[in-house]
Design a protein around this ligand. Structure first.
Ligand code: MIC
Ligand code: SF4
Length: 766
């Protein structure tokens, strides 16, 4: 398999060749017109006759590509290696973006990263070369930007081992974030299995203007749908307002759709996408897409009467949408920028901003940077400087080289900004703030970012940092004001001559007039024959560890399981398997298990009635109070198997399968929650843990600290049938409750085999 730095036009033509027939057949089958997501999915079905009931059936699909970032690719490749194949069966790329720590500036930080992560980069480069994958070196940019610039095409379907893979929806493709084990299915030539989604339509009317940016659309959608409202659904955007948003602006909206739990989000193909394709050197793709354009958007009847075809329709009028800012601690806590000052005062949040950050896969396009730079340039001319630390991360090498050439980086630097490496950086806790004199760790402080997530500790590992997410232009305005109590549209800032100056409306350029400068070539293609390449994993490494198979189910019911942790409130993947400093162990299951549940808020009170510190719980073996990862290790070593209890939307956030592999490795067998985020629930199933939801959410309260849990009837686990859970109290009293599961017939086999990977191994060996 040849994996190049772009998607070959033959692959694209192959995808387009079947559109007519498959879409026609599906219209007939359903007896109605189709939405865009339906068309793309139908064109990628493994077998056309599968049952397709929204929100019910599991279907097998054939994605066109797989993309993986370095922090998740390690575990995915380690799993792939156990399958015994000679090469990947679908074009696969690995992107080095998560492991670069922001400290001083882009150049120095990149050199340090190449040095400190050498073993991991060498592994990823050699494993890619060995098995025919493409490799994007550190410095090439954030996976989703590189995918949008190089690989994405309208009507495609790709999966990526990162929850913000839906960024690609901006170009009109179905791009879904998955765990590594899902990626391994596809890399080994098996279909990708997912629930046939529900469909949410978002009709955009009017057009964006002034300070309102594409980011505000998704900040508003997050407010309306909340962090769970998109679960199990694809969000499709349409309407005249959509046609007025640039391709990269559409990508911003789809990207942050991860925060509402959506399977993915997508826009139809239009002129803005054609312009973007041409500007990024893909005229042939635009021509091919133009020829099938009618298949790359929803049918006219659907657009004329969306209520009849989507499960839910939301309308947003872009003419009246105002700039928004969301946070702290959750991405759906929204308000207008102009209202934040008063709200901060009422809540006792500091008004002073300790850092302002622009970048991330959500907001680092040429248009984003030009809009923010227009404010920066004007501010410098008017005698303003940033009143807070200002950090800029370009999304890709191509964007960095282009904005440098066009003088835009200089506009930020004139305000005192530091330009970081083309990477995730502070967005994923890769931010060493120790050098900063204006911030003392552990003190409540406020940061504003153009990122997408803002869970506690996410950016700098400090639970006292309150992070707000907004558009890049609002970030820069707030940095100039230095305070949350600032409305960029109506307020003024005092300059160095003591004059009150106001900021003009941001102006941006959708695409660079001189075209993109590709910058440094950072792609490594695999050799035609990689079979001679040695992939080395040192047995003494503390960063990489070969995987051992999880043991199959022994056929008996689970009995007498203690509750390792009952988490209260948010229990995101950042709470379960924190990133930041732990990213370095993403290829070493045992070592990374040292972070298990470190962020969990224990729902129980201690014997004296006081709360546990975050990350601590009680041992059922000896009554000691321990950090959860130590408690898990101690149970593992003592041969004790256990249960984890979650609240709403357990596993919200990332695609990291470590959040499922670590508990499984440490003897966790069952996760019972009020509800799960899609990717995490699948990851649990894939790794052989049993995810169950309380049939009556109030039963969450029945579970006590010293209770024992049993699962009944596991041998009869059947799709659609409830599982009885028995809770035995210390008094020996037993309560039976009912739980639901979402296993399909095939997925029950994953549980029985010990993991989905064990099934792949059996099949590839056979
Ligand atoms: C994130 O934004 O949380 C990450 C880091 O990109 C993750 C992936 C990871 O944990 O490696 C994601 O979103 O999937
Ligand atoms: Fe990287 Fe942040 Fe995007 Fe995740 S959300 S891929 S950490 S930039």
């Amino acid at each position: 398999m040849t994996v190049a730095a772009s998607t070959p036009i033959e692959l694209i033509n192959g995808v387009y060749a079947t559109l007519d027939e498959r879409i026609g057949a599906a219209r007939e089958r359903f007896g109605r017109p189709l939405t865009l997501a339906e068309k793309i999915l139908i064109n990628h079905l493994d077998a056309p006759d599968q049952e397709l009931e929204r929100g019910e059936s599991y279907v097998d699909l054939r994605p066109d590509r797989v993309a993986m970032q370095d922090a998740t690719a390690q575990m995915a490749w380690l799993q792939f290696m156990t399958a015994g194949l000679d090469e990947v069966q679908v074009p696969t790329t690995t992107h080095c973006d998560h492991l670069i720590q922001a400290r001083e500036d882009g150049k120095k930080d990149l050199m340090v990263a190449v040095d400190t992560n050498q073993e991991v980069y060498d592994f990823l480069e050699s494993v890619s070369a060995r098995f025919g994958g493409g490799f994007w070196k550190p410095g090439s940019g954030i996976i989703h930007q590189v995918v949008l610039e190089q690989y994405a095409f309208p009507g495609a379907m790709i999966i990526g081992t990162d929850s913000h893979t839906p960024n690609g929806g901006g170009i009109g493709m179905i791009a879904v974030g998955v765990g590594g084990a899902d990626a391994v299915d596809v890399m080994t030539g098996f279909p990708w299995n997912v629930k046939w989604p529900k469909l949410i339509g978002v009709r955009l009317t009017g057009s964006l203007s002034g300070w309102t940016a594409p980011k505000d659309v998704i900040l508003k959608v997050a407010e309306i749908l909340t962090v769970t409202g998109g679960t199990g659904a694809i969000v499709e955007y349409f309407g005249e307002g959509a046609n007025n948003i640039s391709c990269t602006g559409k990508a911003t909206i789809c990207n942050m759709g991860a925060e509402i739990g959506a399977t993915t989000s997508v826009f139809g193909y239009d002129d803005s996408v054609a312009r973007y394709l041409k500007s990024t050197g893909r005229e042939a793709v635009a021509d091919a897409a133009n020829a099938v354009a009618r298949h790359l958007r929803a049918d006219d009847e659907v657009l004329a009467n969306p209520e009849a075809y989507y499960d839910q329709v939301i309308e947003i009028n872009l003419d009246t949408l105002t700039p928004h800012i969301n946070g702290p601690h959750t991405p759906d806590l929204a308000r207008e920028v102009a209202a934040l000052g008063a709200e901060a005062k009422a809540n006792g949040w500091p008004l002073e901003i300790s850092a302002a950050l622009i970048g991330s896969c959500t907001n680092s396009s040429y248009e984003d940077i030009t809009r923010a730079a227009s404010i920066a340039r004007e501010a410098a001319a008017k005698g303003l400087k940033s009143k807070t630390r200002l950090l800029i991360t370009p999304g890709s090498e191509q964007v960095r080289a282009t904005i440098e050439r066009d003088g835009l980086l200089a506009d930020f630097e004139a305000l005192g900004a530091v330009v970081l490496a083309n990477a995730c950086g502070p967005c994923i806790g890769q931010w060493d703030r120790s050098e900063e004199t204006d911030h003392e760790r552990g003190t409540t402080n406020v940061i504003v970012t153009s990122y997408n997530r803002n869970f506690p500790k996410r950016n700098d590992g400090d639970a006292e940092t309150l992070a707000f997410v907004t558009s890049p232009e609002t970030v820069i305005a707030l940095a100039l004001a230095g305070t949350l109590d600032f409305d960029p549209i109506n307020d003024t800032i005092t300059n160095d001559a003591d004059e009150e100056v106001s900021l003009s409306t941001p102006v941006g350029l959708e695409l660079p007039e001189l075209g993109f400068d590709p910058g440094e070539n950072t792609f490594v293609a695999p050799p035609a024959d990689g079979s001679g390449i040695d992939v080395r994993v040192s047995p003494t490494s503390d960063r990489l560890q070969l995987l051992e198979a999880f043991v199959p189910w022994d056929g008996n019911d689970y009995e007498d399981l203690p509750v390792l942790v009952k988490a209260q409130g948010k229990f995101t993947t950042d709470h379960i398997s924190m990133a930041g400093p732990w990213l370095k162990y993403r290829g070493h299951l045992e070592n990374i298990s040292g972070n298990l549940y470190l962020g969990a808020v224990n729902a129980f009170a201690q014997a004296d009635g006081s709360e546990y510190e975050v990350g601590f719980g009680k041992s059922q073996v000896d009554g000691s109070i321990k950090l959860f990862p130590e408690l898990a290790k101690h149970y593992h070593e003592a041969g004790v198997q256990w249960v984890v209890i979650g609240d709403e939307n357990m596993g919200e956030g990332s695609s990291r399968e470590h959040a499922a592999m670590e508990p499984r490795f440490r003897n966790g067998l069952v996760a019972i929650a009020r509800s799960f985020a899609r990717i995490h629930e699948t990851n649990l199933k894939k790794q052989g843990m049993v995810p169950l939801t309380f049939a009556d959410p109030a039963d969450y309260d029945q579970i006590g600290e010293d209770d024992r849990i049993a699962l009944r009837g596991l041998a009869d686990l059947t799709p659609g049938q409830q599982v009885t859970v028995e809770i035995t109290k210390p008094s020996a009293e037993t309560i039976s409750i009912l739980t639901d599961h979402t296993y399909s017939e095939d997925q029950i086999e994953w549980f029985k085999a010990g993991s989905a990977l064990n099934i792949i191994k059996a099949r590839t060996a056979g």
